[in-house]
Structures are given as C-alpha cells and as structure tokens.
Design a protein around this ligand. Structure first.
Ligand code: GDP
Length: 309
C-alpha cells in the first residue's frame, strides 16, 4: 500500500471502520473515499456499482455490516441475513469488476461451530453446527469468506478474510436491546451508579466465556494484514485469552465504581458457552495486541461518559 493509494473504508462511522480510518490516518494515508449509509446504501447493487465505477478505489476495508448483540441477532434474523448478504455481495463483486488491488472482508468469531474445540482454529470452519442465536449472521459471514475465496480462485482477486473476536471500543452501540455485552454493562453500571439503583441485571447465567479485543488493536491488526497477508481462507484476530461474563461484570463494576449488587436474568440466552480464538497464525506473522482488557475498558468508559455530554 502506498500513502497515495485510494482507500475505501466501508462502514467508517461504525466502531470498527472508524478505528481503521483513524489508524490509517495516523500511518500517513490521506486519499480516502468515504460514504455514510444515507449517502450510499450498500444493499443496493446499482448504487454500489455506480460508486465503484466513479471512485475506483485501490484498497477496500469491508467493515460495513448489520451487527448487534445476542438479542438483536436472535430477533432480527431476516435482516441479519439479508442486509449482510447484500452488502458483502455487492461490494465484493463491484471490487472485482473495478479491479480493486486488494479487499479485506471482516467476519466474526461466531462463524465457528458452537461446540468446536477451544481455542478456535481457522480450520474448524464448517466442522459442526452453528450457535442458533446468531446463525443468520454467521451464515452470511461464512458466505463472505467463501466469496472472497471463490473470486480469488476464479479471477485471481487479492481478497482476504479476517475473523475478529468480540470487540469493544469507541463509537460502540450502547442501546441496551441491541448492543453487545461489554457496552451494555458499561451503560448499566454507569446508570445504576448515577441513579443509585440497588442492582444491575446481567443476562443469562454469567457463566459463558468471551474474548474481548479493543477496536484500536483490531484496526492495527487489519492494517498490518492488509500489507502482509494474502491467502485464501481466513485469519483470526483476537486477544488470546478469555474471561467469564461474571468476571467481566465485576471488572466493569469496579472500573465504574458501582457499589450495588449483581443479579441475573435467566430468561435471556447464554449463547455459545465459549468463544476463544486461536491466534497462533497471526502471532506467527508478527502481530499481537497491545491494550490490556482493564485499560481498554477504562478508555471505553471515559469515551462513553464524553459521548453523554
Ligand atoms: P455473543 O458473543 O454473540 O453471545 O454476544 P453478546 O456480547 O451480546 O453476549 C455475550 C454474553 O454476555 C451472552 O452470554 C449474554 O447473555 C451475556 N450478557 C450478560 N449481560 C448482557 C447484556 O446486558 N447485554 C448483552 N448483549 N449480553 C449480555
């Protein structure tokens, strides 16, 4: 990648896309082409084709997707499948037609089978049944990986897929119905502290384990891989360690400074019991994360407070 190359970051206002854009800017890239979702509906094939024909980007980070936490995935099953299939189908095909130099597709660790051995190695893809709560999202993301591979083998496109673990950071979604656990708990503990509530409700048993990576670390890994990785299949991007949801809740409680108690809503789903990525492929290439979980949560909490004012 040269500093003058034209880079399209799809989804640049989201948590992941904004972190990638910030990282690229810090690295001296300056020739960006960006569109908000109101300016360009990536589900619309004609709009996407027109955009690629007129802008002709050299590099594409495909970080635009319909995303959400366990309840959103389970509730809006049709949207998670349709929106994601359309977005990635349109962008990947237009990137091929318009001779994009390289495209990076961002997936998710939920593509792995629910009961696959841990940590999850890249070759476990399609070796068993998926977790039902987010199956539509996972199926769409698996189709994206296969699309990149098919365009690579049939047309020689340099399209790569990366699979990030659960992410958190600035510009996250704090809507309690749609968000992921870490953002939801930051908000719940903060509001419980401010409004002097007696308890904070954690969904499910709190026993599942999840791995969390700060979006700034992810962005750094994506920029690194855009330069040095060019293979079919995919590569995991994770922190290399996981934490129980109860443990996470206590950590956030401590950082926020809330003194009430934690209770559980067992009517909410636990989801997959554990989702820890094997990151040896990425480490062997020479990249590892920099932001420890507690430090990342402190930063995110401070960004959350700033966003309220
Ligand atoms: P997942 O990794 O796809 O399951 O997505 P989430 O981040 O939404 O959920 C991770 C785990 O945290 C699940 O076991 C949830 O039940 C649990 N959890 C506990 N409290 C909450 C909450 O307030 N919001 C969300 N989204 N998940 C929660």
């Amino acid at each position: 990648m040269n500093k003058t190359d034209k880079i399209y970051v799809a989804g640049h206002r989201g948590m992941v896309g904004s972190a990638i854009l910030k990282r690229l800017q810090a690295d001296g890239f300056h020739n960006f082409v960006l569109r908000t979702s109101t300016e360009l509906d990536l589900r619309n094939q004609a709009e996407v084709n027109n955009f690629f024909e007129s802008e002709k980007p050299d590099y594409v980070f495909l970080a635009a997707a319909k995303v959400g936490g366990i309840l959103a995935n389970d509730t809006y099953r049709a949207e998670f499948l349709y929106d994601n299939l359309m977005i990635q189908g349109n962008v990947i095909h237009a990137a091929y037609l318009n001779k994009v130099e390289k495209l990076m597709f961002l997936g998710s660790s939920c593509i792995y089978p629910k009961l696959a051995p841990q940590p999850l190695r890249e070759e476990y893809l399609l070796s068993g049944k998926l977790e039902p709560t987010n199956e539509p999202y996972a199926i769409a993301k698996i189709a994206g990986i296969k699309m990149c591979d098919a365009y690579r083998s049939q047309y020689g496109c340099r399209f790569v897929s990366v699979m990030p673990t659960n992410l958190y950071g600035n510009n996250d979604n704090y809507d309690l119905h749609d968000s992921h656990v870490l953002a939801a708990l930051i908000r719940k503990f903060h509001e419980a502290k401010i409004f002097k509530r007696h308890e904070v409700v954690v969904w499910g048993t709190g026993n599942p384990r999840r791995e969390f990576l700060h979006a700034d670390d992810l962005a750094e890994a994506c920029c690194f891989l855009m330069k040095f990785y060019d293979e079919p299949g995919m590569i995991n991007i994770g922190a290399g360690e996981d934490v129980g949801i109860n443990e996470l809740a206590m950590l956030i409680q401590d950082i926020v400074g809330y003194e009430g108690k934690i209770t559980h809503d067992l009517s909410k789903p636990d989801g997959t019991p554990r989702k820890l990525l094997d990151v040896s492929k990425l480490r062997n290439l020479g990249w590892s994360p920099k932001i420890p979980l507690a430090e990342g949560i402190r930063r995110t909490y401070s960004d959350y407070i700033t966003s309220l004012s």
